[in-house]
Design a protein around this ligand. Structure first.
Ligand code: KDG
Length: 314
């Protein structure tokens, strides 16, 4: 199969090496973060080709991002911007109860993306185009790039997947709702948490949210409920998918893992029940390790998770 193509910003991620205020200790670690590249890595680990379209700066952070994605065998279709720097995300955990995330991404290379950055061949030859609500929040150019990619995909009969992924630091709920509604209408699959779905539909009950999302256009809507699993409306059938219980270490990236699991199964031609089962298992597995994408599972990881068994290998 032709695999998945995605489009979005990946940033350098600076986080504390330990839990504790940065005023007290300063050991930092450097990694990468981006919702769309997380999904690309997840899909790739589950055995499907994945490409990622973006821009990075001509700096060490950009090089790190490209190396990480290539190390994961994701095809990085990114241009290097000689003027704008790579965006930065900073994650501080002053104590075990709180995580503060701050973005330094205004004027970043990826915020300078335009429709011209969209690799048309990659989009029209893919099985699935996956986009998120983060990219249109980055500026007019990135918003146009998303609209262009979605148009190309639709015209070529490529399945369009959208994760609402609302980021309150980037735009208001009103702006997000107005910009995302036309994208939802053109998507085949839409994912979102209840707070995100409520940008688009006037409902509070997850089941009705899923149904109402479908009435906007997509044949498949999945409302992700975190520790409470997911409720979906797929081809007219409403289903509740329970969570797979794990010992949670870090929940960030679980939503991207869920999407990756779902889309990987979709590309394999699996029925909706199997798509949702794998999505839930992948989301749970991602919570068992630190990092936004480091804990994304392979097929063998998922079989081990679902099969249980001995946790210690000697
Ligand atoms: O989905 C996890 C993300 O929060 C992440 O890795 C960073 O893309 C990101 C964002 O904009 O928050």
């Amino acid at each position: 199969n032709a695999g998945m193509v995605t489009l979005g910003e990946t940033m350098a991620l600076v986080s504390g090496a330990e839990v504790g205020s940065w005023a007290g200790h300063r050991d930092l670690k450097l990694s990468v973060a981006g919702a769309e590249s997380n999904v690309a890595i997840g899909v790739r680990r589950l055995g499907h080709p994945a490409s990622w379209i973006s821009r990075v700066g001509a700096d060490g952070f950009g090089e790190l991002i490209l190396r990480e994605l290539r190390a994961e065998s994701v095809s990085a279709l990114a241009t290097t911007d000689d003027v704008r720097p790579t965006g930065l995300m900073v994650k501080e955990r002053p104590n075990s109860l709180r995580t503060h995330v701050r973005y330094y991404r205004g004027g970043s290379a990826a915020a300078g993306m335009t429709a011209a950055d969209v690799d048309e061949q990659a989009v029209t030859s893919a099985a699935v185009l996956h986009v998120t609500g983060i990219t249109p929040a980055l500026g007019r150019g990135p918003a146009e790039a998303v609209r262009h990619a979605v148009r190309l995909a639709r015209d070529a009969g490529v399945t369009v997947s959208l994760d609402v992924n609302y980021r309150s630091a980037l735009w208001s709920r009103d702006d997000a709702g107005a910009a995302l509604a036309p994208l939802v209408a053109q998507a085949d699959v839409v994912f979102g948490g209840p707070e995100e779905a409520s940008l688009l539909v006037d409902e509070a009950d997850p089941e009705r949210m899923a149904r109402d999302l479908v009435s906007l256009g997509p044949g498949q809507a999945v409302v992700k409920l975190g520790a409470d699993g997911a409720v979906s409306c797929i081809d007219g059938i409403v289903t509740s998918t329970p969570v797979v219980p794990v010992r949670v270490v870090d929940t960030v990236g679980a939503g991207d893992a869920f999407v990756a699991g779902y889309l990987a199964e979709l590309m394999s031609g699996a029925e909706s029940e199997q798509r949702l089962r794998t999505a839930a298992a992948a989301g749970a597995f991602a919570c068992t390790a630190l990092g936004d994408w480091e804990g994304l599972p392979t097929g063998a990881d998922l079989r081990a998770l679902v099969g249980g068994g001995d946790q210690v290998r000697r």
